[in-house]
Design a protein around this ligand. Structure first.
Ligand code: GLY
Ligand code: MN
Ligand code: MN
Length: 439
């Protein structure tokens, strides 16, 4: 559980951004009873950020009357001895008061009749509509309740503001406690990649390598990967979201492993690409070194004051120049870039934000590319090259997919890489792969 002090800090920042006579409503992930044996519950990350509370069916409200008077309210599931026989205990209302640090904790089963009471007399509601149908119904029913109740007809909230831009801007800048969790997530994931390198051998199945990675996660106290693990060998490395992980890995192929754990809800996201048999061949080596050079150049540039697009342009330049040198692209570098010809081989973004979510919230697209980097932002750096088996290039390059992905924190002077524990130099990978295999 996140400490009450940290929750207080986050809530105070949020309150300072709210107007007077307003309330903010943040819902937990709803429970899906019908499917409770089929899926693992994952908490809504915005709700988690302000509550550290990991149960479904809950609503966190902050009411701000003015700068001096605020109230925090939680609706959560009541204690239920019958339910506890099957599913174990839940927090209930009494403990929520201190553990979640709220002024009132009320049972979820009476939310319909009570939610509107906290909204009477306010002008503004901060609410992220469209996340959960159940939540939209509850909120709009509450507003209708106030409208229909003649005794409260004088003030009805008339402005609804989406809180996501406010909250997601806060989540873009990580606090020291978040940075530490991201650092640990990176370390554990790096150990998992190292384990995969040691365990890998020809004729092993991709899912067996996935098993090695997940074993290392759980060995270090981590239950969940932060996204579906990708183990793509041979041509499968060119499928960006390949998660079937079902093929036998062949001698002479590369395998691309994109895997990261979620440590205390904080994500890591590492990709390493290595030869199934432990030795890169000439073409694999050539392409690998292009991607590695691009990554290293990006890591040198990423610091406060720079925009991601500048770094992206340097990466594209390195990739295109080198593809021309080895004859995979033909033509003038400038034209190959301006016409986007290279995109058949490098078709995804260089970076995304990282935090509670693996593709963490905040700006994307053009606004991410133009974002001026500032200290305490955390992002991935992930150049890649994917030469389709059908590409019109010399045959020995076809079907090679390479991505190398690190996670970095922007510091006051540059960046700190969280994922250096997983080696990426060719010689170091080959050395590790020579080490005794795990049984
Ligand atoms: N693993 C997902 C990504 O790299 O964005
Ligand atoms: Mn990524
Ligand atoms: Mn990834």
């Amino acid at each position: 559980m996140i400490s009450v002090n940290i929750l207080k800090k986050r809530r105070d920042i949020l309150i300072s951004k709210m107007v007077a006579k307003s309330a903010i409503l943040i819902f937990a992930t709803p429970e899906n009873i019908k499917r409770q044996n089929e899926y693992q519950f994952r908490q809504n990350k915005d709700f988690w950020y302000f509550t550290g509370f990991n149960e479904p069916n809950a609503l966190f409200i902050i009411v701000k009357k003015d700068d001096k008077f605020t109230q925090k309210i939680l609706f959560n599931k009541p204690k239920d001895p019958d339910n506890e026989i099957w599913f174990g205990s839940n927090l209930g209302q009494d403990s929520a008061l201190t553990k979640i640090d709220v002024d009132y904790a009320l049972p979820w089963n009476v939310i319909n009749e009570n939610i509107y009471r906290f909204l009477i007399g306010l002008n503004t509601i901060y609410y992220a509509w469209g996340e959960y149908v159940e939540a939209d119904t509850l909120v709009f029913d509450a507003l209708n309740n106030i409208r229909n109740d003649k005794s409260h007809s004088s003030i009805i909230p008339s402005t609804i503001i989406d809180w996501r831009p406010l909250v997601h801007e806060m989540r873009l800048f990580k606090g020291p406690e978040e940075i530490e969790l991201l650092r640990i997530a990176g370390k554990i994931s790096a150990l998992a990649h190292t384990r995969a390198m040691k365990a890998c051998h020809a004729n092993m199945f991709e899912y067996q390598l996935e098993g090695e990675i997940h074993h290392e996660f759980s060995y270090h106290g981590v239950k969940f990967p932060s996204y579906n693990t990708i183990v793509g060998s041979g041509n499968n490395a060119c499928i960006l979201h390949y998660t079937k992980n079902k093929n036998k890995m062949c001698d002479g192929d590369l395998v691309l492993v994109d895997a990261g754990c979620s440590f205390k809800e904080y994500a890591s996201d590492i990709t390493r690409t290595f030869p199934v048999n432990g030795k890169f061949n000439k073409q694999q080596r050539e392409l690998y070194n292009i991607v590695l050079t691009a990554l290293k150049s990006a890591l040198l540039m990423l610091k406060p004051g720079i925009i991601i697009d500048e770094v992206n342009n340097v990466v594209i330049n390195i990739i295109v120049n080198n593809l021309v040198k080895i004859g995979i692209l033909k033509g003038k570098v400038d034209e190959l870039i301006s016409e986007g010809t290279y995109q058949q081989f490098f078709m995804h973004n260089l970076s995304h934000w990282l935090g509670l979510d693996v593709h963490d919230v905040s700006r994307y697209g053009k606004s991410m590319k133009n974002q001026i980097l500032q200290p305490n932002m955390v992002l991935t750096v992930e150049p890649g090259l994917y030469i389709s088996p059908y590409a019109n290039v010399p045959i020995e390059y076809r079907g090679i997919g390479i991505r190398i992905e690190d996670n970095i924190l922007i510091t006051e002077t540059g960046n700190e890489c969280f994922t250096n524990g997983a080696v990426k130099e060719i010689e170091l990978i080959e050395d590790i792969m020579k080490l005794k295999k795990i049984n």
